[in-house]
Design a protein around this ligand. Structure first.
Ligand SMILES: Cc1cc2nc3c(=O)[nH]c(=O)nc-3n(C[C@H](O)[C@H](O)[C@H](O)COP(=O)(O)O)c2cc1C
Length: 371
């Protein structure tokens, strides 16, 4: 029996297998609202057979967007537009759908990757002045952010809550808070970006304070049956940056507050990061969080082969695997994995006739006949 295709509980959410589609920004929204691109993109991923689809980093405020084309959930129009996509997905797919809520902090006001990904100056029509824990820019030559004051912190926290409430209203199955990849919550955690001298900076306890306040506020604002979890960067890959010890402490504090899982990535806070890339290169960090904190963990990063994914779960290195680029390259990755591992997967009935002869039990419940 394949362990990858066993169900997984994330809080009270039952996920039918352990393949997660990682959040992937599409830079294709209009004023934060999902477009037909999202219908097509999420529509085809929803037919993949993965257990859980995590929607791209979704900004809790306009100034929290990475780019001016980011998805957002800060207005009624955003809520209606995303509701349209979710309704279509639900009409044709049993996939569980979570949303990643985020604020880009000092990495906001950027160009899309295909336009170079560089900072957009605040004076240009598509740019704005960013906010962050401290007035320290991401890149040395970049326009510095404004350090958040008390009112600013309260606004960010309240924006997270309002977006989470909108997500809950849309019937979303889970909420992932983005505290990874050098965005705002990670900026608070990391001494590279956080130079504050108040109760939100300095010691590890102080640097964790704001992300934990946001977690508490979101957790309290959504129904108890909706799991809330966090994506972290387990290391900055920079000497004296955020590291695995901090990640373990943060995950332990989150667990005590009712966090349902940890999605373990790395990097993103500094252009000086020196990442050691290789297949499954971030899995050892997920393994430590799982072993030492005991929360369900999702491993991510260069997981591309079914046997590799199976081994990660079977060897208890993580509870689930999440895939980004491999899913874009092959949106039927979970079908092919199920075929290789001798498991069953959900496929839409319209496609049942595509089941290859040699995999007679591949699609759950598949049957067809004709006159
Ligand atoms: C097109 C694209 C968009 C991404 N957008 C996000 C995002 O919105 N939020 C996030 O946490 N990570 C994002 N990532 C990172 C992925 O979720 C994932 O962690 C990373 O690509 C490593 O996994 P992979 O080797 O399976 O691609 C993105 C990656 C890609 C390729």
């Amino acid at each position: 029996m394949s362990r990858l295709f066993e169900p997984l509980a994330i809080g009270q959410l039952e996920v039918p297998n352990r393949i997660v589609i990682a959040p992937m920004c599409q830079y294709s929204a209009e004023s934060g609202s999902a477009t037909d691109w999202h219908m097509i993109h999420l529509g085809h991923l929803a037919l993949s057979g993965a257990g859980l689809l995590i929607l791209e980093a979704t900004a809790v405020s306009p100034e929290g967007r990475i780019s001016s084309a980011d998805l957002g959930l800060y207005s009624d129009a955003n809520e209606v537009a995303l509701g349209r996509v979710l309704n279509a997905v639900r009409a044709y797919s049993p996939i569980k759908v979570a949303i990643q809520l985020g604020h880009a902090g000092r990495k906001a006001s950027s160009r899309a990757p295909w336009e170079g990904g560089t900072q957009v100056p605040s004076r240009s029509p598509d740019g704005w002045r960013t906010v962050a824990p401290s007035a320290v820019p991401h890149g040395k030559e970049e326009e510095p952010p404004i350090a958040l004051d008390r009112d600013g912190l309260d606004k960010v926290r309240d924006d997270f809550v309002a977006a989470a409430q909108r997500a809950a209203r849309l019937g979303i199955d889970g909420i992932e808070l983005h505290a990874a990849h050098g965005y705002l919550l990670h900026q608070f955690l990391s001494p590279i970006a956080n130079h504050r001298s108040d109760e939100y900076g300095g010691s590890l306890e102080n640097r964790m304070r704001f992300p934990l306040e946001v977690f508490d506020a979101v957790r309290a604002a959504v129904p108890a049956d909706k799991p809330v979890w966090v994506r972290v960067s387990a290391t900055d890959w920079v000497p004296d940056g955020w590291d695995i010890e901090g990640t373990l402490a943060f995950s332990t504090a989150l667990k005590a507050r009712g966090c349902a899982a940890v999605h373990v990535s790395t990097g993103g806070v500094s252009p000086e990061q020196a990442i050691k890339l290789g297949p499954g290169y971030q899995v050892p960090y997920a393994q430590r969080v799982k072993a030492e904190v005991g929360l369900p963990t999702i491993a991510v990063g260069l997981i591309t082969e079914p046997e590799q994914a199976e081994a990660i779960v079977a060897d208890n290195e993580a509870d689930a695997v999440s895939l980004a680029r491999a899913m874009l390259y092959d949106p039927r990755w979970p079908w092919h994995a199920a075929a290789k591992l001798g498991a069953q997967v959900e496929a839409p009935k319209q496609y049942w006739r595509s089941q290859p002869r040699e995999f007679k039990d591949l699609f759950a419940g598949a049957a067809f006949g004709q006159r």
